[in-house]
Design a protein around this ligand. Structure first.
Ligand code: HPA
Ligand code: MG
Length: 193
């Protein structure tokens, strides 16, 4: 179980003025934490690692909505490219957390913080006796609250900071942001419901 690209607690990210950010979010963000290009590059390698491990059986890719949809779409694009260009290829179908009988299941998550949601989903999935279940999470947060759950594949391991963008939200806002960014504390007030 690889721990993913480690981003240290001291990392503060990049100057947001050096990136393209939607005007409506400019004042809400501290820094760009994981630029969109880096997310895609890391996702390409995750796709390769996953396909090497998952064998030749039909795979159901299960998207955990809503935060997982960007990562899910990009990960599947890379997996499809491997299927087009490699010596072997595996049929993939998609689903969106509707539980039924599966062959091989790849659960695609945006972020794992406490692991509680994932543990609950996996115990539900077990009732359907899937052949193999693998979990890939784009982000895993290092927090003292975290129990021991670790996904099979991790994109980035990040410090205990609240991040938004690339479909990760704060009260439904910021999903329409390409980069993963650190939210300013005062923006939490602005978008509080
Ligand atoms: N951002 C968005 N959603 C989340 C986070 C986060 O940092 N942690 C858990 N869910
Ligand atoms: Mg999620």
């Amino acid at each position: 179980m690889a721990r993913g690209l480690q981003i240290s607690d001291e990392e503060s990210g990049y100057n947001k003025n050096l990136f393209c950010i939607p005007k409506h979010y400019e004042e809400d963000l501290e820094t760009v934490f994981i630029p969109h290009g880096l997310i895609l590059d890391r996702t390409e390698r995750l796709a390769r690692d996953i396909m090497q491990d998952m064998g030749s059986h039909h795979i159901v890719a299960l998207c955990v909505l809503k935060g997982g949809y960007k990562f899910f779409a990009d990960l599947l694009d890379h997996i499809k490219a491997l299927n087009r260009n490699g010596d072997k290829s595996v049929p993939i179908t998609v689903d969106f957390v509707i539980i039924k009988s599966y062959c091989n299941v790849l659960v695609v998550e945006d972020i794992i913080e406490t692991g509680r949601t994932m543990k609950a989903l996996l115990s539900k999935l077990k009732d359907n006796e899937p052949k193999m279940v693998k979990v890939v999470s784009l982000l895993v947060k290092r927090t003292h609250r975290s129990p021991s759950y670790r996904p099979d594949y991790t994109g980035f391991e990040i410090p205990d900071k609240f991040v938004v963008g690339y479909a990760l939200d704060y009260n439904e806002y910021f999903r329409d942001l390409n980069h993963i960014c650190i939210l300013k504390e005062k923006a939490k007030e602005k978008y509080r419901i």
